[in-house]
Design a protein around this ligand. Structure first.
Ligand SMILES: Nc1nc2c(c(=O)[nH]1)N[C@H]1C(S)=C(S)[C@@H](COP(=O)(O)O)O[C@H]1N2
Ligand SMILES: [Mo]
Length: 365
């Protein structure tokens, strides 16, 4: 394999024109992604689950922690963790993807957490039903949204803020939304929202507020930073754009064969090789996955497997007769509403909701 791939160091031959900023790398070291080979597991092991934390992971002393449920409710509540755990226990394993996944592949590249493809995972979350808790609190007829506030605080866009997101009443009352205190059968780890987080199946990850402190019923749409300034499909800094909501249809492939250390370019042995991966689609389901082994000139149907849980990804596989040479592998999913992944990404200012087809470079020998 000598000489074919650039080596580390000066003279590696890597293109230097597309350097990442130090600040992007700093964010990438805090907010790790799933190694793509981790897509082989239907339920992502906790240590491989992607992470995205805007500010700092807050220090939580469980003896002093409680969840406040208030605002426009008839019965405000302050609940300790064990009181939440006494409620009927629900478990669900929905796929969760960061809305910025794929941002660093866009050109020009929006400057933020520089995800390539690795900001998606599927964990098994256990907790109490949000809908039942809201019913217990008794929503007033003036309530139009539910606001979720995390314990983490920082500055974004010059605004000092707690991390806050809201949901409309109809969304908040979907039965599958959890107040989760366990991930993959264990108490939440600090970085995933200990002691309690929201899990909103079907939506991009920003809605699943970690380190919950308060839940409030409010009488007008919440206009905080993470609702009106961020998580928008906008065209420029002055454009309000549409709100980012559900995860778009997307598929990814476990990179086959052996990687080159630096470039991650793959080397595969000629012959039959099974390509595998996962595909997901917000609140809908995956109808079809197609694979191309020649950069998108021709497509063949992949086989689809089961979902490990409602709202979770589906496994797909495709048997490829690999012949020697250079190949570009692509995978493209269509959901049950007829939406198909784009071949190239329509741009938006913040780099949100990227679902262009994955392209993987492979040398067969
Ligand atoms: N309180 C709080 N909740 C949060 C965030 C955050 O920064 N603070 N990040 C959100 C984003 S953008 C994503 S993609 C998911 C990531 O969840 P994970 O880190 O457990 O994978 O958490 C969401 N919940
Ligand atoms: Mo995210």
């Amino acid at each position: 394999m000598t000489g074919r791939f650039p080596a580390v160091g000066d003279g590696s031959g890597l293109e230097r024109g597309d350097r990442f900023h130090k600040e992007e790398i700093q964010l990438a070291l805090r907010n790790r992604g799933i190694p793509l080979e981790g897509l082989r597991y239907p339920i992502t092991p906790t240590g491989m689950h992607y992470l995205l934390t805007h500010f700092d992971i807050p220090a939580v002393d469980i003896a002093n922690w409680s969840l406040t449920v208030g605002g426009l409710v008839s019965t405000p509540m302050t609940l300790q963790l064990d009181e939440i755990k006494k409620r009927p226990v629900r478990t669900i394993a929905p796929t969760m993807e960061c809305a910025g996944n794929g941002r660093a592949l866009m050109s020009p590249r929006p400057i933020s957490q520089p995800w390539m493809l690795e900001a998606v995972s599927t964990a098994e979350w256990t907790g109490a039903s949000l809908r039942e808790l809201l019913a217990e609190a008794g929503l007033s007829i003036e309530a139009v949204e539910i606001l979720f506030t995390g314990l983490d605080r920082g500055i974004q866009g010059d605004e000092l803020q707690y991390y806050q997101r809201s949901l409309s009443l109809s969304e908040a009352n979907r039965e599958e939304i959890l107040l989760a205190y366990e991930m993959n059968g264990l108490p939440l780890q600090p970085q995933h929202g200990y002691p309690l987080r929201l899990v909103v199946p079907g939506w991009y990850g920003m809605t699943s507020v970690k380190w919950l402190d308060r839940i409030e019923a409010i009488d007008k749409p919440f206009d905080g930073y993470q609702m009106t300034k961020s998580y928008r499909y906008s065209q420029n800094a002055d454009d309000q754009g549409e709100q980012v909501t559900l995860m778009k249809v997307r598929s990814l492939m476990v990179p086959p064969g052996l990687p080159d250390f630096l470039t991650r370019i793959r080397v595969v042995k000629a012959g039959q090789i099974r390509l595998v991966g996962r595909a997901w689609a917000g609140l809908s389901d995956v109808a079809r996955v197609k694979v191309s082994t020649n950069g998108g000139s021709a497509w063949s149907d992949a086989s689809l497997g089961e979902r490990p849980s409602p709202f979770a990804w589906r496994e797909w596989w495709f048997d490829w007769q690999a012949i020697p040479g250079e190949h570009v592998l692509c995978v493209r999913a269509t959901d049950t509403d007829g939406n198909t992944q784009p071949l190239s990404q329509p741009l938006n200012f913040l780099g949100m909701g990227n679902n262009a087809v994955q392209r993987l470079f492979v040398t067969v020998e």
